[in-house]
Write a protein that binds this ligand. Structure first.
Ligand code: ATR
Length: 470
């Protein structure tokens, strides 16, 4: 029997859709799943397709062309290790394992190292775009051995989303680089969603906009600088009515946000690297506080806020200020995400190419947006750019939109509407642009109580003061 060009293990919806996507580009695909019903089900749904079902790891591995290319689409964590361990004795040197799960990047670093000791290449790849993206064209972020990537690059490029003819798949860097970038992508997605949610909340609670009016606002915003998948679906969401009650769908959904942990990982990495990532981190915390629903309901009966204060200016002016606040905060958020990738790239020696990363975020994935082209252009202008806000395009926007962000935050504060994302975006901007922060006092305190020493503004060296001596 002829051998297949690639194998996919794990036939839950992501694995199945990815296998069909690969097959649809003219490749032959073997599939395998631990429980055989999923193989049977997939074969039933694959009539006329070049999909070969296999029912044991032995049958699966021997059905593949050499060097074997095996895509793992199993649950991240222990399942991935278990699957690798079942395949490993059957593989030959030079075979390529590809983990397309939402894997923690440190696991990918470890697996890459362990497998390379067996002569097996290991690519950890971010696959973004959800079920639909997996089937029709995801954004793909592969990390691992470059020479192994070259062997799978034609397949990845064929199955990925395309923007202006460019494939949204590019080699990211060694070992865990791909999964790291996917993780930061998800963190950025948390922040984008939080900032959009704050914009909605202000328009609903301060301007009293109806769901239909909110639909109009977001649809309008999607025609300009904010043009993006998330703004587009937000506009759609406000149009949808609940079949049972006839109310806007958004009004019958409980305000408790779930999460699967990738935002938290991004923040944990920021803390480990010592890089400021406040907008994404606030967005994670905002989900946590949302999940304290029962506590908030109780607190709302005990703790009061201010009386409502009508904002100055017309409704249209306030909506435009919120749009500007959203765009400026989004810029600050991406500045943080990209600065964190820079810190990680230095820490792990990944040589990340930030413009390329912005390019592959442009299509297929949840954060796809016109604006990513601007990030690409910024890194084309200066590959060593320290912070996106220092680029000429972004500098002009943040300088001119800061007044709106300040105004919007003050409207929120006066009305007692929480805007953690907007507030921290502005604090980041103000901290980053401030030559002298009050950390001199913190250093004095540390030296006072713990003799931690400090540096001086007027000469080099390390100093300590006996604070209690006259
Ligand atoms: P779903 O709930 O959609 O099936 P899942 O539980 O995340 O998704 O599992 C995704 C894939 O990981 C499945 O193919 C699953 O195999 P089974 O269908 O046999 O459950 C696979 N998977 C989970 N744990 C596994 C393990 N320990 N070893 C091998 N495969 C595993």
């Amino acid at each position: 029997m002829s051998k297949q060009q690639i194998g996919v293990v794990g036939l839950a919806v992501m694995g199945k859709n990815l296998a069909w996507n690969i097959e649809s580009r003219g490749y032959t695909v073997s599939v395998y799943n631990r429980s055989s019903e999923k193989v049977d089900d997939m074969l039933k749904e694959s009539v006329g397709k070049q999909i070969v079902g296999t029912y044991s790891v032995e049958e699966f591995v021997s059905s593949l062309e050499s060097p074997r290319k095996i895509m793992l689409m199993v649950q991240a964590g222990a399942a991935t290790d278990a699957t690798i361990n079942s395949l490993l004795p059957l593989l030959d040197k030079g075979d390529i394992l590809i983990d397309g799960g939402n894997t923690y990047y440190k696991d990918t670093i470890r697996r890459n190292k362990e497998l390379s000791e067996h002569g097996i290449h290991f690519i950890g790849t971010g696959v973004s775009g959800g079920e639909e993206g997996a089937l029709t064209g995801p954004s793909i972020m592969p990390g691992g051995q470059k020479e192994a990537y070259e062997l799978v690059a034609p397949i990845f490029e064929a199955i990925s989303a395309k923007v202006n003819g460019d494939a949204c798949s590019i080699y990211i860097g060694p070992d865990g680089a791909g999964h790291y970038v996917k993780m930061v992508h998800n963190g950025i997605e948390y922040a984008d969603m939080q900032l959009i949610a704050e914009s909605y909340f202000l328009m609903k609670n301060v301007l009293n906009l109806s769901a239909d009016e909110l639909h109009e606002v977001f649809a309008e915003w999607n025609k300009g600088e904010l043009d993006s998948y998330l703004i587009e679906i937000t506009a759609d969401i406000f149009k949808k009515k609940d079949a049972e009650t006839g109310k806007p769908m958004v009004d019958v959904i409980l305000d408790k946000a779930g999460q699967k942990g990738t935002g938290k990982w991004t923040s944990q990495s920021a803390l480990d690297l010592g890089t400021p990532l406040p907008i994404i981190t606030e967005s994670v915390f905002a989900r946590f506080i949302s999940s304290l629903k029962e506590e908030r309901v109780k607190a709302s009966k005990v703790l009061s806020g201010p009386a409502p204060v009508l904002p100055e200016g017309s409704k249209e002016e306030v909506i435009e200020a919120i749009r500007r606040a959203l765009y400026m905060s989004k810029i600050a958020s991406y500045a943080q995400g990209f600065a964190q990738m820079r810190a990680a790239s230095e820490e792990y020696d990944w040589n990340l190419q930030y413009g390329d990363i912005a390019m592959i975020f442009r299509g297929g994935c949840i954060i796809r947006a016109q604006f990513l082209q601007k990030i690409k252009e910024a890194y084309d202008r200066d590959p060593g750019l320290l912070n996106l806000m220092l680029d000429e395009y972004f500098k002009e926007i943040v300088e001119s939109y800061q007044a709106a962000l300040r105004e919007v935050i003050s409207i929120a504060v006066k009305n007692g509407v929480p805007v953690p994302g907007f507030s921290t975006a502005l604090s980041y901007y103000d901290s980053y642009r401030t030559e002298t922060l009050p950390a001199n006092l913190i250093q004095a305190q540390r030296d006072y109580f713990g003799a931690h020493t400090y540096q001086r503004v007027d000469k080099d060296g390390t100093f300590h003061t006996e604070w209690l001596e006259d």
